[in-house]
Design a binder for this molecule. Sequence first.
Ligand code: AKG
Ligand code: FE2
Length: 497
Amino acid sequence: MEGQYPGGSAPRRRLLNQEELAITSRLGSAVAQMNRSGNFAWGGVLSCNLRIYYERLGTDEAKGQLKLTTLPFDEEGAREIYLAGTPSPFGRGKQTVYDEEYRQAREIKVPHFALSPDPFLQSGLAGLLSRKLDYDSALIFRLNKLNAYGKGGFFKEHQDTSQGVGHIGTLILCLPSPFKGGDLLVRHGGQTTTFDWSDQVCDGEIAWGFLYSDCKHEVLPVEDGFRITLQYDVFVSDCSSDSDSDSDSDSDCAYMYDTRLKTVSSAFHEVIHGPFLPEGGVLAFGLQYEYPIEERYKNTTLGNLEFRLKDIDAVFMKCLKSTGLKWEYFGVFDTWELFEDRQSRSSDCWDGSSSPEWAEDLAKNANAETEHSSDGASTGEDDTPTDSAQSNQQRRKSDPTYRRDLWVSNSIHGVDGQFLESGSLDELDLERKSEIVWITEPYYYNVKNDYHTYGNEYQKETIYAAVAVKVFLPAVGDAIRQPRPTTEPLNKRKRTD
Ligand SMILES: O=C(O)CCC(=O)C(=O)O
Ligand SMILES: [Fe+2]
């Protein structure tokens, strides 16, 4: 993690007044507006004369035979390639399972098939995606498998298994064959993008769709025919270094122009130069996507997250860096997800008659935190522990930026039953930070639940992590918070000749 809290230990804070709340709400809406861009998945069509060589898998006497097919598939050609595949498994945590309730499809994995030419390279799609995704380093596209769905075939909602720290996206190509249904639905931030490819491929073209691989997605049942897709994993190269960067090295270079920057920048300007927290404070923003990290307990390295930020997270961080404020990434954990997750896992063995150790730990820490926290607006005095719950509720009502039930940690790891069983919250490295002014809440939390454990493959060395950003606002008087000199218009300058 970069940086320390400037000036020593973190202060508890007072509640914000109405004027300050209005400023946070303007900054929050500017960031949220930017987050609603729906840029998490997009697609198009391309043309390519393609040959596919594939090996017959399965168990019959034709196993091992090499076949060649050209596009577009007719019904028979599509059936043949479907039958050549093996039933698709999917990943549930560390295991690979076959479950027709969850996924009904067949697949042929590399190297049991080959494309000539690769439609993706042939069409220039690699260049188009590189420009659109706008990373500093090159993208790598790795062909993974061919999926085939017969009538009734589907793949329920899942998140693609993370394939390494640099893994950012998934590219699907839908090959031309006669089929109906089988829409691919991609969800993120409360929005859904639908790829209905059955019409787009009927003239022999290839339809494609890109999605950030942490986005949840599903394939609806195929109503007729065979739906054949190719799946590529997309990586950002050069993500191997362990050092996190808080440098402004890229803030000057105009690698990205985005009109969304302007609104957020002026909202930040108001936070820094307006009548807002003159004593200074800590603001927090949840990133909108999840990022693969190495699965190590108490992990504090984000492996050059700067170079693999996705979509609006990259825009937001660019904007934040241009303010000159100090910032730091941290992990976020939601108490209720922790409770619910643990309760659902332990429902067989915990009858609710006595509190299990983990619940007592959570309650103890919550009380300790309440006892330390600051009181109502602008007094800065301590609570009496007796009315803590009630006053806590009142605080929440009068100042929604005060979020007590979010747990934060400088280390980022997935919390599941195993960690909770291991005992105390100290070990989990979670705390409540009552000084934080929450501007936008995270969309994801580091609690492993169903969609985290269901992937398209079993989970390997990396897991997705939910990340938030702390921003340190110094007190008025600090260099950053001096009023900006207004530049004199050119035509009013005194003549010196
Ligand atoms: O076939 C598709 O459209 C999507 C396949 C998919 O989500 C996967 O293989 O993980
Ligand atoms: Fe998938």
